[in-house]
Design a protein around this ligand. Sequence first.
Ligand code: FAD
Length: 396
Amino acid sequence: SNPHHNTIIIGAGAAGMMCAAHSGGDTLVIDHAKAPGEKIRISGGGRCNFTNMHAGADNFISSNPHFAKSALKRYTQWDFIGLVASHGITYHEKTLGQLFCDDSSKQIVSMLMTEMEKAGAKLVLRTAVDKIEKTESGFRLMLSGDRQGAVSCQHLVIATGGLSIPKMGATGFGYDVARQFGLPVTQTRAGLVPFTFDETVMKNFKPMAGVACDARVTTDRTAFEEAMLFTHRGLSGPAMLQASSYWRDGEGISVALMPGTDFFGQLKTVRTTNGKRDISSVLAEILPRRLGQYMAGLAGASGNIADYSDKKLQALADLLSCWQLKPAGTEGYRTAEVTVGGVSTDALSSQTMMARDVPGLYFIGEVVDVTGWLGGYNFQWAWSSGWAAGTAIAAA
Ligand code: FAD
């Protein structure tokens, strides 16, 4: 097989396959996994939340919030939706603009494989890159596995993703390549990940495992209003996952249970109409039962509701809409959907994803310091950044 290629892409995930579909012929895609697009396959509960109708730069976290704009504007969610539709894949909106396949996420993987083949790109699996060297006209790579020996290329694209789910083969490879070529890497941490709490808190939370309720979760930086879920390990559900991407070690979070509910008004009404009722049973009716009982216990509320003054009811209502919690940490990369942080956008062109100081070297997808919210945004970044690098290479 030919040891020289115009383009080599390391990583046959969402971004790498998208890039290969646009980078022109003579592209070799290398992955150490047994199959391409494994994260696509398991995503969205097997239906892949492949984009979001409301995607825009505001839905991304990055040291430079402007960086993602260009690629997102030039290859939009509507472009990807058009591609999906042209392959006869049917889809639906689940909630909040989130688009899922009607049938299976495997359709997205086959679509990308088809597009890669159409473009003439070749894929080698079960192959590791042991070494990368800069040459005068490009790069030389040493491979091991199914494909062995030296290969060279003019354009080298790093699309190896982030650190989440190491069991699926996630590695820090992309960050190491960045460092090798002198590109800064911002601090990385697990994102879209459940919160954990210390033992004393967990003793109280565990009996509530399975309880879900709408909540507005506020961190020092932002707020999300979606469902939250108690698990036997801590707090999860979309509202908590979203908040986790903004949360830093040691910080607290503030939780408004059932936002929009007039707890004070409801409690006052019961006091007037049914003063002999036990206040904790009243809370167990307003909130999901076990959560209501827990919150009553937390507030030390018991006895006839008639004995509660306006001031005491207001304090109780305030607790429900401003419940302060201090996570001990998160479940970490083991279950995180994404890695926040990555190859610094300062070092990359937002038009082409090419390293400013290393001509021919590109970084795309999750390895870059651009992280999407929950809801299809991370895949949209993979499509947009992969497209931006691919079309730039094809035009070079
Ligand atoms: P990846 O898709 O992770 O691809 C990286 C590729 O590089 C992999 O094929 C890997 O095998 C390969 N690789 C890694 N290291 C090496 C190496 N050293 N040598 C060779 N190859 C290597 N996002 C959404 O938008 N919607 C969702 O519904 C969604 N659901 C998710 C569910 C789960 C459980 C998880 C974990 C993530 C989910 N995400 C979702 C996030 C999304 O999967 C990622 O953001 C996206 O896949 C990133 O694309 P990527 O191409 O940059 O990296």
